[in-house]
Design a protein around this ligand. Structure first.
Ligand SMILES: [Zn+2]
Length: 120
C-alpha cells in the first residue's frame, strides 16, 4: 500500500495507485463542486447569449433594421458571444444569437436579420 493524498481534503490515506479520495464523501463533495463551477460557467454564457438575443430582438422589431455599433454596445451587446455563423457564397458573415443575427456593414453599421429555420 502506498500513501495517497486525498484530492478533496488533502489528508493522506492508504490506497491503490488510482485512488484519489480518502472517502466516498470526499469524492462526492469534489465532483459536486466541479459540477457547480461548470454550471456557473455555462449559466453565465447562456445569460450573455440570451441578453444578446434580447437586444437584437428589441432593436429589430421589423425583422430588417440597420443600427449603429454604438446602439448595440449601449444596450450591453457582447460581440464575442454568438451561437453560430453563416457565411454566404459572396463571403458575407452573419452571426446569430439563436434566431436573431447581424451582418457588419461599413461605417460601423450593422444589418439586423431574423430567421426562423434551423440550419445544421
Ligand atoms: Zn478526503
Amino acid at each position: 500500500m502506498e500513501k495517497r493524498k486525498c484530492l478533496e481534503c488533502g489528508d493522506t490515506f492508504d490506497g491503490r495507485q488510482d485512488k484519489k479520495f480518502c472517502s466516498d464523501q470526499c469524492r462526492t463533495t469534489y465532483f459536486n463542486r466541479q459540477n457547480t463551477d461548470q454550471n456557473k460557467f455555462m449559466r453565465n454564457i447562456n445569460n450573455i447569449l440570451r441578453k444578446n438575443r434580447r437586444i437584437l430582438e428589441a432593436l429589430n422589431p421589423s425583422g430588417n433594421t440597420t443600427v449603429t455599433k454604438t446602439a448595440l454596445l449601449d444596450e450591453g451587446f457582447k460581440f464575442a458571444y454568438f451561437t453560430n455563423e453563416y457565411k454566404t457564397k459572396t463571403g458575407k458573415v452573419y452571426r446569430f444569437c439563436y434566431e436573431h443575427g447581424y451582418l457588419q456593414l461599413e461605417n460601423n453599421l450593422y444589418a439586423l436579420v431574423f430567421r426562423k429555420e434551423y440550419v445544421d
